[in-house]
Ligand binder design. Structure first.
Ligand code: ADP
Ligand code: MG
Length: 690
């Protein structure tokens, strides 16, 4: 009979749950949970030897233990060694503390030394009762990244147990690891329990060979997963989209009210070449805000529809999707193309009609939010999927899209055909990131703005100047200019003292009597949002007070002034996106960044960057500097940090070695390569392919 498990054994303890939350599921996850820092409990120093601020371990006998009632209630303990006495203060304590530190007990304490009015003291030191011969730690004590409900002691035990039982075998064939790096087990043992002689400096700055080994392993795993994804994709088939019916692309070009810029012509050509191939395109179109990506998308769609296949265009918000829809209808319907409109708010009969048109192929182009890829939507034959502002789609949505595209694959010539994919973004991927994370992503860049744009002047003011700014706006509105006023949040929150958008709306309405002031925020029903947006586009509203719903893609060329309140609370690329809403016409545009002090260092850096440049690539580079790659890629929110150990810039030589080894390993030792990816990336593999 199988041994019955007691119910308590099956239930997870709080620390176990906390470990799972941190992603510490497999033995290897624990083995790779590297200490944040170390404490030196290998030696005891005389109480009298340290200086203010030093973290020390001392030992002494308790000479006094009492509860102080004057002022703040606290437990006061005094210990003495041969050199001096030390006062221990506990502001939070239990009766058990008093017992454990009764007079005459020998205590080993560890904490930060303060030298105060009452002599030497420590507040809330770690302590334990010892004998004269209680042994000291043999190695530095690790302090692990932990969380509430997960005590260090528990983690230390768990990691130590794993280090004993896990085989941690070398996966990489002999001779492939750079010679100066130690074996993996040795490196891990060193990092978890460094000897007292270890150089804390090289451990802290991660330059120690043990660290280098981990970084190399991680970079290699990451290069391998990229290479795998690339090879998988190369095996897929896609419809070769070449103008079969002919003419649509040219007709659209002729119908446009403007000629393409040189950069637009070039990227249209790059995309058309990819679409003509029988492998799915996987291309990012990057171009600064206002560089004219929409028309490039329309031309790509024209190529696709010309060949008799359907095209889907997805935008992250309804406002943006609607704006695309209007523009594309205006451009394409005169050419005989039926454009369908699918968002969450299209319901009932109207929705069914759209779905039918998509399913029977009569809708050549489908525009919408991610509702376009919902389960119920079935294309007759989807040839091209275009994702606008793709950086705004979350990781989960990007994954869902990829899965959905797989299921939308059509059967052509007896073979499954994947749609081509074009992603558009105004947030360029810096080169190092592109090479590392998007090795198999082709990139087209629009590096030129349409002619006749006048540069945006950016001014940074403290919010004490708010009334003066409002007066300036009144002047501008008098002259017939249109203004965006961006507020960070719609609700008054206790902790964040942010100006409420509705309040600002009321305030500006009063200050600008006789001029239309509109309000746009995320909580409004889509139809209402669209109506306000339409009023503003038609210049029937002079000012649009908005939350960040206007961040993406909104295009009103007559708007030439923008005020961003609490600019210090926005990320750099978000500010750049917002600012890109102005400067779209011929009038000189101004962007005013209002901030509330005091500014953090990164806050200052961001505002300075905004004032100094309007170049999206420069902004992206500085953003990467300020935030680091994980956050830059929006990975932080998803819990999947991209690189835990390596740093792309600092570890460039290791990256180079890893990149050189990856193809060789994948070809000659595919099993080892797979094991390497699983060990290091685990559940993140999926994310990296998105
Ligand atoms: P983004 O790249 O930010 O998506 P849009 O596609 O919204 O930019 O284009 C911004 C504005 O520039 C739109 O009003 C668009 O019609 C206009 N535009 C695009 N290309 C050109 C061009 N070659 N010449 C003049 N105006 C253009
Ligand atoms: Mg756009």
């Amino acid at each position: 009979m199988p041994e019955a498990k007691s119910p308590t054994l099956q239930q997870k303890s709080a620390p176990q749950k906390a470990m799972e939350k941190l992603g510490l599921l497999r033995d290897i996850d624990l083995a790779l949970h590297i200490p944040l820092r170390y404490e030196d409990e290998t030696r005891i120093v005389p109480i009298g030897s340290g200086r203010e601020g030093d973290t020390l371990q001392c030992e002494g006998v308790v000479s006094e233990c009492r509860i102080e009632l004057r002022g703040r209630r606290q437990l006061i303990v005094r210990i003495e060694d041969d050199s001096e006495s030390l006062l221990l203060r506990f502001l939070h304590f239990y009766p058990s503390h008093q017992k454990a530190m009764a007079v005459g007990t020998r205590l080993r304490v560890r904490g930060e030394l303060r030298v105060g009015f009452f002599g030497r003291e420590m507040v809330h030191p770690a302590f334990k009762a010892v004998d004269e011969d209680t042994p000291l730690a043999q190695s530095l004590t690790p302090v692990y990244p932990a969380s509430a409900g997960l005590p260090q002691a528990y983690l230390r035990k768990a990691v130590a147990a794993v280090m004993k039982r896990a085989p941690l075998q070398e996966l990489l064939p002999a001779g492939t690891v750079p010679r100066q790096l130690p074996p993996l087990r040795e490196a891990l043992e060193f990092l978890h329990h460094p000897p007292p002689s270890a150089s804390l400096a090289t451990l802290e700055d991660h330059s120690h060979p043990a660290w280098q080994r981990l970084k190399f392993e991680e970079l290699l795993a990451q290069q391998l997963s990229q290479l795998q994804a690339q090879r998988e994709r190369a095996r897929l088939k896609a419809p070769a989209l070449r103008g079969a019916r002919g003419g649509l692309h040219e007709q659209l070009l002729d119908a446009l009210p403007f000629g393409l810029t040189g950069a637009q012509q070039r990227v249209v050509e790059e995309i058309a070449q990819d679409l003509a191939l029988p492998q799915p395109m996987h291309r990012l179109l990057q171009g600064d805000v206002g560089s004219g990506k929409t028309v490039v998308a329309a031309l790509a769609a024209a190529v696709c529809m010309d060949a008799g296949w359907q095209c889907a265009l997805m935008a992250p918000t309804e406002i943006l999707a609607e704006q695309h829809f209007r523009k594309l209808v205006q451009w394409l319907e005169p050419l005989g193309i039926k454009v369908a409109w699918l968002t969450g708010s299209v319901k009932g009969k109207a929705r069914q009609k759209m779905l039918d048109a998509v399913a029977d192929g009569s809708a050549g182009l489908v525009v919408g939010t991610h509702a376009v890829i919902e389960d119920k939507v079935q294309f007759k034959q989807l040839g091209l999927a275009i994702v606008d502002e793709q950086h705004r789609f979350g990781v989960a949505q990007r994954l869902a899209l990829r899965k959905k595209l797989e299921t939308q694959a059509s059967r052509g010539r007896g073979q499954s055909m994947e749609p081509h994919m074009l992603m558009m973004s105004a947030t360029p991927i810096p080169r190092t990131l592109a090479m590392t994370y998007f090795a198999d992503l082709a990139v087209s860049t629009i590096d030129e703005l349409p002619p006749g744009r006048s540069p945006i002047v950016t001014k940074v003011f403290a919010d004490t100047k708010r009334l003066e700014v409002i007066a300036k706006i009144a002047d501008a509105v008098e002259q017939g200019r249109q203004v965006y006023w961006v507020c960070p949040l719609i609700e008054e929150s206790e902790t964040l003292d942010l100006k409420n958008a509705t309040e600002t709306h009321a305030e500006l309405s009063a200050a600008l009597a006789g001029h239309g002031v509109g309000l746009l925020h995320g909580r409004m029903p889509p139809a209402e949002k669209a109506a306000v947006m339409a009023e503003f586009s038609a210049n029937r509203l002079s000012v649009l007070v908005a939350t960040t719903v206007i961040e993406v893609g909104v295009d009103v060329p007559n708007a030439s002034l923008m005020v961003i309140e609490h600019a210090e609370r926005f990320g750099l690329s978000q500010l750049h996106q917002l600012r890109g809403r102005v400067g779209r016409g011929a009038v000189a545009s101004v962007c005013v960044l209002l901030y509330t002090g005091p500014l953090s260092i990164t806050g200052k850096d961001r505002l300075r960057a905004m004032a100094e440049t309007t170049d999206g690539f420069e902004i992206a580079r500085r953003d990467l500097d300020i935030r680091g790659p994980g956050e830059f890629m929006g990975a932080r929110q998803s819990g999947a940090e991209l690189l835990r150990f390596a740093d792309l810039q600092e570890d460039a030589p290791l990256l180079k070695a890893a990149r050189a080894l990856a193809p060789q390993l994948l070809d000659q030792h595919p099993a080892a390569a797979q094991a390497q990816v699983t060990r290091w990336l685990g559940s993140k593999v999926e994310f990296l392919k998105a």
